[in-house]
Design a protein. Structure first.
Ligand code: PLP
Length: 353
């Protein structure tokens, strides 16, 4: 990113400085596309997964999609974008969920069969509050049989897990979820998608599908971060698997309940551990006390936790658990076993006071 700051031209300008910036931008696009095994022309730069979700549902509305199938435990970026762009004659159907928050694929198939066509299915690759991993190949198989479009919110998974992107029609990513800068991201749009419309109209950038000067600082930063994250992912996932099991072991004396899939499940991202704490009813009080003890955790999605309302995910899946405190612990590349032990000790002490 520091090197990129020396290139100050506008990538849309025709002079030498502009051409230099354009080269930088296109090299970043190629680097990202190559890491994700897609074509550079299938990557569109955006400000992140929220914008990408808004763009997808805007395109869906313009393309005449009649039914959107999703779930009640999506990220607010998806739920609100769907609400915002649903026209009066569109239907939104919510799939049943398993007790651990996994999608009920059979119900998704039933919903597609009975839906007014065309259909767009919108799901998370990794649930950002619970860590469930969706098997994209299984969802894609169902969508392809019935010719439904598939949008995947990949914000939590990209850089950590690999999948064949061409199994979906749209996949959103945010750089800050893979150690890149905040405020940049992308939308993968499968080359097979015919009808594309700009959400942000403007000066012809991003092949006239997303107006506005591209950030020649943030985008190279995102490309470098993705490479770094992909290279670290297999070691990181192994380490996080160990840390999440250790965390639950340390918390066992507190009788906390693990929300979402079991920590031993293979289809669970181990960097997210979500717990309900029966002996504490006030999530806000607990988060404040943890913050005072220099522990940064949240109740739900960071984008939503400013409000301190019970998480919509926990309230929907486990209404009885929403009455007690719940905490989402996120761990990453730098988290150590010592920090996990410290967190368990601090939580134990706070619950006693
Ligand atoms: N989707 C998921 C699963 C997320 O975790 C997030 C943000 O953290 C978003 C979407 C929104 O990303 P951004 O705020 O970068 O637009």
């Amino acid at each position: 990113m520091m090197q990129a700051m020396d290139i100050w031209g506008n990538p849309s300008s025709l002079h030498g400085h502009g051409r230099k910036a354009k080269v930088q931008l296109e090299l970043s696009r190629r680097r990202i596309a190559s890491l994700l095994e897609v074509l550079p022309a299938e990557i569109y730069f955006t400000s992140g997964a929220t914008e990408s979700a808004n763009w997808v549902f805007y395109m869906a509305q313009k393309a005449g999609i009649k039914t959107v199938i999703t779930s009640q435990i999506e990220h607010k970026a998806t739920l609100e974008a769907i609400r915002h762009f649903s026209a009066r004659d569109n239907r939104v159907e919510y799939t049943h969920l398993k007790h651990d928050g996994n999608y009920d694929l059979q119900h998704i198939e039933e919903l597609i069969v009975s839906a007014e066509k065309p259909v767009l299915v919108s799901l998370l690759w990794i649930n950002n509050e619970l860590g469930n991993i969706t098997r994209i190949s299984e969802v894609s198989k169902i969508c392809r049989i019935y010719d439904a479009l598939l949008y995947i919110d990949g914000a939590q998974a990209i850089g950590k897990y690999q999948a064949d992107f061409h199994l979906a029609d749209f996949i959103a990513g945010s750089a800050h979820k893979f150690y890149g800068p905040k405020g940049t991201g992308f939308l993968f749009v499968n080359r097979r998608v015919q009808k594309k419309f700009p959400l942000i109209a403007g000066g012809g950038q991003e092949r006239s599908l997303r107006g506005g000067t591209e950030s020649t600082i943030l985008i190279p930063g995102m490309a470098a971060a993705l490479e770094y994250s992909v290279n670290q992912s297999s070691d990181m996932l192994k380490r996080l698997g160990h840390l999440s099991k250790q965390l639950m072991e340390h918390l066992q004396p507190l009788n906390v309940i693990c929300n979402g899939p079991d920590v031993f499940s293979d289809y669970r991202y181990p960097g997210i551990v979500n717990i309900s704490i029966p002996q504490e009813s006030d999530t806000g009080r607990l988060l404040f006390a943890l913050d005072m003890a220099n522990v940064a955790v949240s109740a739900g999605s960071a984008c939503n936790s400013g409000s301190l309302k019970p998480s919509h995910v926990i309230s929907h899946l486990y209404p009885e658990r929403a009455k007690v405190a719940h905490v989402r612990v996120s761990m990453g590349l730098d988290t150590t076993l010592e920090e996990v032990r410290q967190f368990a000790d601090i939580l134990t002490r706070l619950l006693k006071t």
